[in-house]
Design a binder for this molecule. Structure first.
Ligand SMILES: Cc1cc2nc3c(=O)[nH]c(=O)nc-3n(C[C@H](O)[C@H](O)[C@H](O)COP(=O)(O)OP(=O)(O)OC[C@H]3O[C@@H](n4cnc5c(N)ncnc54)[C@H](O)[C@@H]3O)c2cc1C
Length: 391
């Protein structure tokens, strides 16, 4: 059985073809390749390069800068399908989706020429740092501050949980500048190349079986040229959300792929494992939760496509609401599918051989990052339902 969503009325022939070819690439590498790389502390570079060669990594970026000229819908398909074969590339959430989008939409011509071709062909990777130790979910409290000094910027602050800094050529750092007129702080985005003096990163050991690692960042008087600032100093929030909406859609795709992978493994197992008269899949206590997982994943998939569609159509406001809902739904569906899959395998669900137990922690990531489920519920309460703001 293949847990795919393949109705022609819901998805175009081109997108279904893309799904099929990405899935074929994922299967060529397979879960074993991925878990071996994790065990050996390696990156999944071979898969990254192959996906790049096939044009998948920059499928959403503009053609004139080497991208595929498609949209977020296509990039989300790439991540979901790789995940469904057990090979999710987490950096797709960050490098082409957030950073590529922000540079493509708000960068100067020079910034686009400098960064986009590499992001599109995978030879350049960019991490994204917004979370701070003392701000957490409340990004309005970030204190990483950029000060002008002649034609340069001087950036100082701390970040935490930033993924992939060790393999990224640069990190897109969310800081704040001081508004000269009002003294208020405003969010601004800076590209900080990894080797810039004053930029240091320290690995945070995590209980996650993933090749991508998380880091603390220390920025101490990091001096950057004027063109390190991406976009308009005065439109920071708008620009930031233009990158954060793709991040939510991609995180949804990440959860969907993982949930589908786990569900497929559980269904295969339930079909053949027999301890009484019939395979365990004949017991409704095993079969019904798997059916529910399938329904939840399918629903979340539809919401994810709606969010990507709205984003690609240029409706940032509507995309924001839909992307939050999609991320919530997919994270919940993914985590429940993984949990049920592990349970379906009984003792084997916890063995290294069957490779599902490590997904228990991985599937929780979607519930926490980039925005926790409680913060999404807060958003829906306040923005969608019009209830008083609780925080
Ligand atoms: C694997 C992983 C990768 C990550 N990668 C990146 C990255 O690349 N770049 C980056 O910048 N960040 C990254 N993050 C950070 C992530 O975005 C944060 O962990 C997330 O935003 C939550 O912040 P926090 O961990 O500080 O939790 P906190 O903000 O401390 O929240 C803790 C708990 O309190 C709850 N809570 C907080 N406020 C409220 C409220 N008002 N109402 C109800 N409940 C509330 C939260 O929902 C959560 O359950 C990553 C995190 C993980 C786990």
């Amino acid at each position: 059985m293949s847990v795919t969503f393949d109705n022609a009325l819901v998805e175009s022939a081109e997108r279904r073809e893309l799904r099929a070819s990405v899935a074929a690439l994922g299967r060529r590498f397979g879960r074993e390749y991925f878990t071996t790389a994790v065990r050996e502390g390696r990156q999944t570079d071979e898969l990254w390069r192959e996906a790049a060669k096939l044009g998948y990594l920059g499928v959403n970026l503009p053609e004139e800068y080497g991208g595929g000229g498609a949209g977020l819908s296509e990039l989300a398909i790439v991540l979901e399908e790789l995940g469904a074969t057990g090979c999710p590339l987490l950096l797709l959430v960050v490098s082409p989706a957030i950073c590529g989008t922000v540079v493509a939409r708000f960068g100067t011509e020079e910034q686009k020429r400098r960064w986009l071709p590499g992001l599109a062909d995978g030879t350049t990777r960019m991490a994204f740092g917004i979370t701070e130790p003392d701000a957490g979910s409340n990004s309005h409290r970030i204190t990483t501050t950029a000060r002008r000094d002649g034609d340069t910027w001087v950036l100082t602050g701390r970040k935490v949980f930033v993924s992939g800094v060790d393999v990224a050529d640069a990190t897109l750092v969310v800081g704040r500048t001081e508004d000269a007129r009002t003294g208020r702080l405003k969010p601004c985005l800076f590209v900080v190349p990894r080797e810039t003096p004053g930029f240091e990163y320290r690995h945070i050991p995590m209980e996650l079986a993933a090749p991508e690692k998380q880091f603390q960042l220390f920025l101490d008087d990091v001096r950057l040229p004027a063109d390190a600032l991406v976009g308009d100093e005065d439109a920071g929030l708008l620009q930031l959300f233009a990158g954060l909406n793709p991040e939510r859609v991609m995180t949804a795709a990440f959860s969907l792929g993982m949930g589908r992978y786990a569900l497929e493994a559980a269904v295969e197992y339930a079909r053949v494992r027999q301890v009484w008269k019939a395979p365990i899949g004949a017991h409704q206590a095993i079969a019904h939760p798997l059916a529910q997982a399938r329904i939840d994943l399918e629903l979340a998939s539809l919401m994810t496509r709606k969010a990507a569609f709205l984003y690609d159509a240029g409706d940032d406001m509507a995309a924001g609401e839909a992307a939050n809902m999609a991320k919530y739904a997919a994270a919940e569906a993914g985590a429940r599918a993984v949990d049920q899959a592990v349970h379906t395998l009984g003792g084997n669900g916890l063995t290294t051989e069957y490779g599902l137990a490590s997904l228990l922690t991985a599937s929780r990531v979607g519930r926490i990052a980039p925005v926790s489920r409680e913060m999404i519920l807060n958003f829906v309460c306040h923005h969608t339902l019009g209830l008083p703001k609780s925080y």
